[in-house]
Write a protein that binds this ligand. Structure first.
Ligand SMILES: C[S@@+](CC[C@H](N)C(=O)[O-])C[C@H]1O[C@@H](n2cnc3c(N)ncnc32)[C@H](O)[C@@H]1O
Length: 249
């Protein structure tokens, strides 16, 4: 209770100090502050930067830490996001799927990759392959993820079945696209070259934190920083975690 109150007070202070966006989260700001003040990171790729936040995290980091190059990637760009980033010559816009191998090559070498609230959405290729693809192009991964705490097995949420799925994910079964999701799981999505079961607009994975850390170790990265922000009131099967991984050279 006291923790929640503190978080709300911090959020109010944050809104006053950093009026970037009403949904700008202090937990993510703190992660960015720690990453950019402790490590020599001048270029980044922010993967999945638009929905509900219009590129605010990358812009915050760019302005505060004077980054040289920020590559912003998303499939669903908004006018607001495009307008905001157009004011910064350091920002390059990439429209498309960041898990596409062509896109990874196009983005090229960067100091750090930012993945905020996106890892659990990646299916085809899945989140492990996405991390593997970017591992050769970067020295740091800065990750904020909702990690699964309901079991110690990384779980494909749709495999839980409709009822269990909606018991665990923070979405109403009546809201689009969730309202029809289970009706056409194996049909091709009209925009993406994937079946509905594999698209990134919906909650896909319950990733266990230990699995993420051990994968990063296999990929040659050391966990430099970890913070457990705990559960959210509306999300009790997950905990929010911040991570910084650094390549071992
Ligand atoms: C849940 S929002 C998170 C937004 C922001 N990173 C944040 O922390 O608030 C996920 C965003 O990532 C984008 N996204 C997810 N997977 C993607 C992919 N494979 N390729 C491109 N964009 C993706 C979505 O379109 C959406 O804009």
């Amino acid at each position: 209770m006291i923790e929640r109150l503190n978080a709300q007070i911090n959020q109010l202070i944050l809104d006053k100090e950093y009026p970037f966006h009403p949904r700008f989260r202090i937990e993510k700001k703190e992660l960015l502050d720690i990453a950019f003040s402790n490590y020599k990171i001048r270029s980044i790729a922010e993967l999945g930067c638009v929905w509900g936040i219009d590129c605010s995290y990358g812009i915050y980091a760019l302005e505060k830490f004077k980054l040289q190059n920020v590559k912003m990637v998303d499939t669903h760009w908004t006018e607001t996001a495009l307008d905001r980033v157009s004011k910064y010559p350091e920002i390059e816009v990439f429209k498309g799927d960041f898990s596409d191998s062509g896109m990874v090559k196009n983005i090229g070498q960067i100091d750090a990759v930012l993945l905020f609230d996106v890892l659990l959405h990646q299916v085809a290729p899945d989140w492990t392959r996405v991390l593997e693809m970017y591992a050769q192009y970067t020295d740091y991964f800065i990750i904020f993820n909702q990690d699964w705490i309901k079991s110690n097995i990384t779980t494909r949420l749709l495999d839980l079945g409709r009822e269990e799925y909606f018991t665990n994910v923070p979405h109403n079964p009546n809201e689009p696209p969730y309202n029809t999701l289970f009706d056409h799981l194996y049909e091709k999505h009209p925009i993406h070259n994937k079946i509905w079961r594999d698209v990134h607009h919906v909650w896909q994975w319950g990733i266990v934190s230990d699995d993420l850390i051990s994968l990063m170790k296999k990929l040659g990265f050391r966990l430099e920083y970890f913070f457990n922000h705990g559960e959210l009131s509306y999300l009790t099967s997950f905990e929010e975690h911040s991570y910084i991984f650094k390549k071992i050279k």
